[in-house]
Every structure is written in structure tokens, then in C-alpha cells.
Ligand binder design. Structure first.
Ligand code: AMP
Length: 423
């Protein structure tokens, strides 16, 4: 089989790496990919949002299956376009992807299905939103309705911040169309956990749990990022939470979507806050998480390809997924200055040295080849994953590998998975 993976991050490198191990795969292609995917697949320089070019490429090259990594092409309707042309593609349709691309749609669905989530109100009029702020107890969370590169969620500790956020989103178009409508919701306290499920329209299979680290600095300080590290399994997850989650979240969401005439086929990843009252849904994502995927896939013993195929064909209930009992820890190496401004093109050394270590996988994110060298090409540059019998040993291996890699300005958190180590 010939498989095309769409995307260029660490998630896509992990998907290419895992699918490449499948017996059924002869050829892997990544669009546009990075320096890591170039080592194990053919990169083609097509941007993820250029749907006509992706379609043309898949047709002309007789691609058997396309796997979509990021949310943007899904929200733009890549799956509708490909299936309309009789091409096989893994991911939800444009209308199913609204569960991620519209927070208002997701909130309404959760409300109608009584899925546990923060109390919220939605606004399309900024004056109304500003008036609403006068009566709130803070903190509250202000969210742009649409996709905003993970930056459309602001925790407002006081009324002044809430007001300026509303102004920026609704009146100053800080996120363009995405911020025209907003959600203001209750601030939930607890610890976060990411669950991934392969959903085939009716049935689903959960992947192993994971936790990510969103803030840029140790101790969860500084601004939010795309994710600075992850570990799996999550230390705040257990079988009791899981059965409640399946009963209160997974079954209702699949049923609720079907009730609206939407068949969700793809990866559904609810972001959860584990509170004193159980798991509450913060958001739904409709694609693999980054960097969670880099921690989860190295633990998956099963072949991923038949699972993706079964998801597309509505047959996931014929499959059980096997997992390695090891823990995985993923540390992200970022460009200095990220998530603000940073400089590109820094030479990266030590990659081979790190990759030679046992139980270590170096996934590339923002990297490219230039003049025979691997150089930085994005904010998040690498995601280094290590497996270990315990979280502590996985963590030690991961940081050992990280210590071998160098580039000017490299920044990484030193406390990834610390919360999972008994002290
Ligand atoms: P979202 O994109 O909705 O998951 O939000 C991004 C991040 O904002 C989450 O991972 C949480 O850290 C935080 N967040 C979102 N909603 C809430 C909430 N209701 N209470 C507390 N934190 C939240």
C-alpha cells in the first residue's frame, strides 16, 4: 500500500514511523513533512491547506490511503473532497470536524447530551458579553468559537482581563472570523488528561491515556504553547474514571453526533479536567494530539494500519488494541523565544547520538535539511520520546537523549512527567 500522511509536525513523524512498521505498507509519503519524515518517507512540498494540490497528488500517484494529521485541512473539508473522488482517507468530514472547529457547536452538543462540562454562555454581541462580565465570579475562561492555533482560550483572572479579551476577540478581530463569536465559561479546577478514541461512526476503541504540558516554563508557568511534553499512561486516570467517561462522555457524544445526522469517523480526542466530581470535558479535538501521539504510539503493540482501516469501514468493534506496559515520556525541544518570536535555521547536532540510545525515538517537528545539515524550521523543533519500565526510568532515558542534542537557543522543560513520580 501507498500511504500519504498530511502534516509536518512531531505527530506526523510519529504516524509515519508507526505506519511504516505495518506489514501492509510499501510506500510512505508525507506532505509537506520535515527532516525526520524525509528519512523514512518521501516528502512532497504541498502545504496542508492546499486541498486541490493534495487531491491532485493523491490521484496522480495512486495513493491508497491518506491520513490527515492537523485540524485545519479537516475543518476545510479534505475528507469530503477525497471521499467525493473515491479516495480513502482517515479523518472526520467537515461537518463532523465542527466538534473541534466550533466550540459553540461542541458546547451545544454537550449540553444536549448532558455531557459533564463547564457551565457556559455563548455570545455573538460584544456589548452583551461585556455586560455579562459585570456579574461574574472570577476567574472565568474566554474562548474564541473557531480555530485559533491553540491560542483562542484565555483564562481571565479578573473583570479587566475578561473585558480586554472580549474586546480583542470580538471588536479588534484578533483571531479574525474565529473570534466573532465567543464562549465564556466557568473555570474548572483539577488536573488535565487526554484521551484518544478511534470512532467508526457507531463504536469506538480508546487508546491509552496521556497528559501533556501546555505552558512554556517549568512548574506550569508562562504562556500556553502547542505542548512542551507528554507522558503516557496518565497518572490521574484509572478504571473507575474510565468507565464513567465511557458512560457519560464517549457513548453520548457518538450518539449525539449520529442524532444530528453526523457520522464521525476518525480520531476523537476529548481534553478532560479531572475534578472532584469526575472527568469534565474541556474541549473535543478531532485528530491525534501533539505531543500526546508521540508518547502514545510508541506504546502501541498493535499494527496501526488495520485500526485506521477498520475505523473508516465502521468495523472498529472487531478489534482490540494491544499495549506495551512500559511508560513513555516525551520532551519537546523548542526554539528560544517560542511561543513568541524565534529565529529559524539553527544547526542541530547530536541527533544520531540521541537516536542510538535504547528505547528512544527522536521525532522531528520543525526541522528541515539545508546544505546537508538538519536545521530548525519551527517553534517546536523535536519531540524526544523514551520508554521505560517506570515513568522515572522513561524520564531518565528521555532526558539523557535530550542532553545529546544541541542547537542555539534550544529550550525545553525539565519537569516533564515529574508529577507522575512518587517523591
Ligand atoms: P481548550 O482548547 O478548550 O482545551 O483550552 C486550552 C486549555 O485551556 C486547556 O488545556 C486548559 O488548560 C485551559 N482551559 C480550557 N477551559 C478551561 C476551563 N473551563 N477551566 C479551566 N481551564 C480551562
Amino acid at each position: 500500500m501507498k500511504i500519504l500522511v498530511v502534516g509536518s509536525g512531531g505527530r506526523e513523524h510519529a504516524l509515519v514511523w508507526k505506519l511504516k512498521q505495518s506489514a501492509g505498507v510499501d510506500e510512505m509519503i508525507c506532505a509537506p513533512g520535515n527532516a525526520g519524515t524525509a528519512q523514512i518517507a518521501e516528502n512532497v512540498a504541498i502545504p496542508v491547506t492546499d486541498l486541490p494540490a493534495l487531491l491532485r497528488f493523491a490521484k496522480e500517484n495512486a495513493v491508497d490511503l491518506t491520513v490527515v494529521g492537523p485540524d485545519d485541512p479537516l475543518a476545510l473539508g479534505i475528507v469530503d473532497l477525497f471521499t467525493g473522488e473515491k479516495l480513502r482517507v482517515f479523518g472526520p468530514t467537515k461537518s463532523a470536524a465542527r466538534i473541534e472547529s466550533s466550540k459553540i457547536f461542541a458546547k451545544e452538543l454537550m449540553r444536549s447530551q448532558r455531557i459533564p462540562t463547564a457551565e457556559a454562555r455563548t455570545f455573538s454581541d460584544s456589548d452583551e458579553a461585556l455586560r455579562y462580565c459585570e456579574h461574574l465570579t472570577f476567574p472565568v475562561v474566554v474562548k474564541a468559537d473557531g480555530l485559533a492555533l491553540g491560542k483562542g482560550v484565555i483564562v481571565a483572572p479578573d473583570a479587566a482581563t475578561a473585558r480586554s479579551t472580549i474586546e480583542a476577540m470580538m471588536n479588534k478581530s484578533r483571531f479574525g472570523e474565529a473570534g466573532r463569536r465567543i464562549v465564556i465559561e466557568e473555570f474548572l479546577r483539577g488536573t488535565e488528561c487526554s484521551l484518544h478514541a478511534l470512532v467508526d461512526g457507531q463504536n469506538y476503541r480508546l487508546l491509552e491515556s496521556a497528559r501533556d504540558h501546555k505552558r512554556i516554563f517549568d512548574g506550569d508557568q508562562g504562556p500556553n504553547t502547542g505542548g512542551m511534553g507528554a507522558f503516557s499512561p496518565a497518572n490521574n486516570w484509572n478504571s473507575e474514571l474510565q468507565s464513567q467517561f465511557e458512560e457519560n462522555v464517549m457513548r453520548p457524544v457518538v450518539r449525539g453526533l449520529a442524532g444530528e445526522g453526523i457520522t464521525f469517523r476518525g480520531l476523537l480526542y476529548p481534553g478532560l479536567m479531572i475534578t472532584g466530581e469526575g472527568a469534565q470535558v474541556l474541549e473535543f479535538n478531532c485528530r491525534f494530539g501533539d505531543p500526546e501521539t508521540q508518547a502514545i504510539l510508541p506504546r502501541m503493540k498493535s499494527d496501526l494500519l488495520p485500526l485506521l482501516q477498520a475505523t473508516i469501514d465502521g468495523k472498529i468493534d472487531n478489534y482490540e488494541i494491544e499495549w506495551d506496559t512500559s511508560a513513555a515520556v516525551t520532551v519537546v525541544l523548542a526554539s528560544g523565544g517560542y511561543p513568541g518570536k524565534y529565529v529559524l535555521g539553527k544547526r542541530i547536532s547530536g541527533l544520531d547520538d540521541a537516536a542510538r540510545l535504547e528505547n528512544v525515538q527522536v521525532f522531528h517537528a520543525g526541522t528541515k535539511r539545508a546544505n546537508g545539515e538538519t536545521v530548525t524550521a519551527g517553534g517546536r523543533v523535536l519531540a524526544v520520546t523514551a520508554l521505560g519500565q517506570t515513568v522515572e526510568s522513561a524520564r531518565n532515558h528521555a532526558y539523557e537523549a535530550v542532553s545529546r542534542i544541541h542547537f542555539e537557543g534550544c529550550h525545553f522543560r525539565r519537569d516533564i512527567a515529574m508529577s507522575a513520580i512518587a517523591r
